[in-house]
Design a protein around this ligand. Structure first.
Ligand code: GLN
Length: 202
């Protein structure tokens, strides 16, 4: 089977570990470069991307994760994890770093200062079974994508209709929302399938 790590520096690590366990894969927390070397794929949780960036640097994980991504490791990032995967971050701290995965510009805390959190039903390409009930918490949106990025989902109503909230580029997947908080396993199962497709037979 496949081994998936959850980056465990900060954020809702436990929720992702449970969602992966329920999706029938081995999942383990990753805090050190040696642990990263043992997994086939990585999930970057929601949390606070500025803190995650600082901790990734001090735990010596920034460059190893960038390298694994460049080598094709599948990664899924939710919310802060989406920010960590972006090549360009708007409204970030000046010293904020990312793993430079998906060619996209994301804006932090984009959905408005008054309504920091909201829920919406999002249709996601490649995920069957109806709209995904998405929970957004101080979420980013995607403002621009490169030519190789596939937009999988957008908010479809309200002031923010049309904003991109789910994307994929090759083996990298990101959502602005938090499927790990709702008990709907379809995004995790989609990612697990990506990992299985990418994994060398053994
Ligand atoms: N606002 C957070 C950030 O910029 C993301 C929020 C979240 O992950 N729920 O990192």
């Amino acid at each position: 089977g496949v081994n998936i790590g959850v980056l465990a520096l900060q954020g809702d690590v436990r929720e992702h570990l449970s969602a992966l366990a329920e999706s029938d894969v081995l999942a383990r927390p990753i805090r050190r470069p040696e642990e990263l070397a043992d997994v086939d794929a990585l999930v970057i949780p929601g949390g606070e991307s500025t803190t995650m960036s600082n901790l990734a640097i001090s735990f010596g994980l920034l460059d190893p994760i960038r390298k694994r991504i460049a080598d094709g490791m599948p990664v899924y990032g939710s919310c802060a994890g989406m920010i960590m995967l972006a090549t360009t971050v708007l409204d970030g701290r000046p010293d904020q770093e990312s793993f430079q995965g998906i060619e996209m510009t994301v804006r932090r805390n984009a959905f408005g200062r008054q309504i920091a959190s909201f829920e919406a039903d999002v249709e996601i390409e490649g995920i069957a079974g109806g709209d995904f009930h998405a929970v957004f918490i101080r979420a980013p949106w995607v403002e621009q994508v490169g030519p190789d990025v596939r937009v999988l989902g957008r908010v479809d109503s309200g002031d923010t209709a049309g904003r991109i909230v789910a994307v994929r580029q090759g083996n990298l997947l990101a959502t602005a929302f938090h499927p790990e908080l709702t008990g709907d396993l379809r995004v995790h199962r989609y990612f697990v399938e990506m990992v299985r497709q990418a994994a060398p037979a053994r």
